[in-house]
Design a protein around this ligand. Sequence first.
Ligand code: NAP
Length: 251
Amino acid sequence: MPTYDLADRSALVTGAGSGIGRAVALELARNGAAVLVADLSADAAQRVTDEITAAGGTAAAAVADVADPAVHAELVAAAGRMGPLKVAVNNAGIGGEAAAVADCSTEGWLRVVDVNLNAVFHGLKAQIPAMVAAGGGAIVNMASVLGSVGIAQSSAYVATKHAVVGLTKTAALEYSAQGVRVNAVGPGFISTPLVERSLDAATLDALAAQHATGRLGTSEEVAALTAFLVSDAASFVTGSYHLVDGGYSAH
Ligand code: NAP
């Protein structure tokens, strides 16, 4: 049974082929949205689309590198063909190099800024006018608990996630009067391919111990918060940064 009513609208989710994005796409579809599943990987986007349709939902796959400013208008147009675009989740992100700031390559730094920050800016530029035209909407930008605290060896990631929080607050102030809500979500460490392929088992155990819950989170736990934020149940929620971090930042 759906938790929220997201019927009669389309939802655009980037990085939806894996991890948190996949769980968000499934949850939005379960609540009635027609979901555009956008990912770098055509296979991954199609797999998630097939999962949604097999469960009785509506979805279409799109291949897009969100770092390319030109793709965002195409994604908005594709989502608009499935219904009025009223939901967007700018989720695609990368971890980048594990290195102290003085050892980061310029190329590595710039790629993280392009994918984690510039892509959110380009996404908002395309999504907001479409939502205003559709009579309003709700956007979630996937930040991180590392949008409020630092961690060694991840300067580009931490810097971009802090910046996404600031961009979110500013966009919310600018477009609230036109019916567009913009929020950021800050997951703690979540068991996804991004985390599992970049960290060894000992590091994952040590990270789990830093959460009050004593474990990493699941993508579904992030998706549950995201679905609430884009639903009409969150009609008074905008311009804020919502942690789903198992108490990581409560220390
Ligand atoms: P993930 O499992 O790696 O999934 C990310 C998806 O985005 C992958 O399918 C990836 O494709 C895709 N992607 C990467 N670069 C892209 C690009 N340039 N254009 C379009 N798609 C792209 O990662 P995740 O852990 O679910 O992370 C999702 C978001 O949550 C990110 O913004 C991340 O920073 C944030 N987050 C994650 C955690 C965590 O602990 N996992 C915590 C806080 C915040 P490929 O696999 O083909 O690269």
